[in-house]
Design a protein around this ligand. Structure first.
Ligand SMILES: Cc1cc2nc3c(=O)[nH]c(=O)nc-3n(C[C@H](O)[C@H](O)[C@H](O)COP(=O)(O)OP(=O)(O)OC[C@H]3O[C@@H](n4cnc5c(N)ncnc54)[C@H](O)[C@@H]3O)c2cc1C
Length: 364
């Protein structure tokens, strides 16, 4: 019997979509090449409510945060595994412009989200002349654990196959569905959740603006801070004097090779606020799948509705994936209209009208 949906790619997009479809009673199969070093597997998994130099609250924070916490906690309950934590975060202000934005927004935009850091950061460890604030919401997903636990669950139910598909060769689009001859399986639909994959022949019009990111694991003896500290880069305690720090953004050399330049940049930016020496114990890199209009994109192919896509999670996959996956799954099953903010075709139509992708302001 054919599957309802095949999901190609088991990163954050494919995994959250798989859970969402299973909850709606669908018969699914997830296919992934099962390699290390993907964007999701090296990601820090931070969910941070206020980001950037302008201290802007994340797009749809309340909705995405509520959905993400419920989603990850329910998968934890179902699997008996632990991979999600609410984490306290401190943001240090690095210049007068940031101070200005903070003073402007603290009472209007995010009054319920911030407080003075309590306790204050230890001045022997941190240099923070302009002060900062603590974020009262926020969390961290241990992404690789979430993916591993999900894969074990899918495998146990015959819903996962490890395979590296060559798109033009291994996927046949039929009148009523899709067939993968090399795996001997068929489905009514196939949803591409491949992350940065500019060579998909059916979705070649999806324009990527991907960014390579590098991330370090550090040993910092003597640093006793349990909160995640942000100041341009972030520093996340892992326990036992180990910390993770990152991440860089690089738009040219789109590969998964860690570089001396990336390592030096993170260390230099850490030294702007950290008074202690660090020892680099691990270093990795991957490419974030950012699509040109900066927001996630979901939808079915205009002429071949047997094919769909879920991509563009960018640098906020952990936060955004659960709501978008749930919404996409409900629309796939119930036939409802996609939210224009994440509808691939809504963006395509605006492009055709010639407005210029990055200037659109159609987000709800
Ligand atoms: C350094 C760094 C730090 C980050 N930190 C954070 C963070 O703190 N918080 C956050 O929310 N996000 C973070 N991100 C971003 C986050 O990782 C992405 O949003 C997310 O990983 C995108 O998930 P995805 O499923 O779309 O893509 P991917 O993770 O790339 O998954 C795609 C999957 O598809 C598989 N695949 C593709 N093609 C095929 C094929 N032909 N056959 C078989 N399998 C295939 C791949 O092997 C892969 O497993 C970070 C990213 C980087 C690089």
């Amino acid at each position: 019997m054919p599957y309802d949906e095949i999901i190609l790619g088991q990163g954050l997009a494919g995994t959250t979509l798989a859970w969402s479809l299973l909850r709606l009673g669908r018969r699914i199969l997830v296919v992934d090449r099962a390699v290390e070093g993907t964007s999701s597997r090296i990601a820090a998994g931070l969910m941070t409510p206020i980001t950037g130099q302008r201290l802007v609250q994340c797009w749809r924070w309340d909705l995405f945060w509520k959905t993400a916490t419920e989603f990850y906690e329910s998968v934890e309950q179902q699997t008996g595994a632990h991979f999600f934590d609410r984490r306290r975060m401190v943001r240090l202000l690095s210049n007068e412009a940031e101070q200005g934005y903070f003073n402007l927004r603290r009472k209007s935009d995010f009054a319920d989200l911030v407080a003075a850091p309590e306790p204050p950061l230890n001045p022997e460890s941190f240099d923070a002349p302009l002060g900062g604030f603590e974020m009262l919401q926020g969390g961290r997903l241990q992404v690789a654990t979430f993916l591993d636990v999900s894969r074990q669950q899918f495998t146990a139910h015959g819903e996962f196959i490890a395979a590296d598909l060559v798109l033009g060769r291994d996927i046949e689009v039929t009148t009523n569905g899709v067939r993968l001859p090399s795996l001997g399986v068929e489905a009514c639909r196939l949803i591409f959740c491949q992350g940065y994959a500019p060579d998909n022949p059916w979705f070649s019009h999806v324009r990527f603006n991907p960014a390579k990111g590098e991330i370090l694991t550090l040993r910092i003896p003597g640093l006793a801070e349990s909160r995640i500290v942000h100041r341009g880069v972030w520093l996340m305690p892992l326990g036992d004097n180990l910390f993770r720090a990152g991440a860089t953004y690089e738009w040219k050399n789109l590969n998964s090779e860690p570089t001396d330049q990336g390592r030096d940049e993170i260390c230099r930016r850490l030294q702007e606020f950290l008074r202690l020496p660090v020892d680099v114990v691990d270093h990795s890199a991957a490419v974030r799948p950012i699509v040109h209009h900066q927001y996630p994109a979901i939808g079915l192919h205009a002429q071949l509705p047997q094919l769909g896509i879920f991509n563009g999670l960018g640098s906020k996959g952990s936060l955004q994936a659960p709501w978008i996956a749930d919404h996409f799954a409900r629309c796939l099953v119930g036939g409802c209209e996609l939210d224009p903010a994440v509808d691939l075709h809504h963006y395509d139509r605006l492009l055709i009208m010639g407005s210029g992708g990055s200037k659109f302001n159609f987000r709800g």
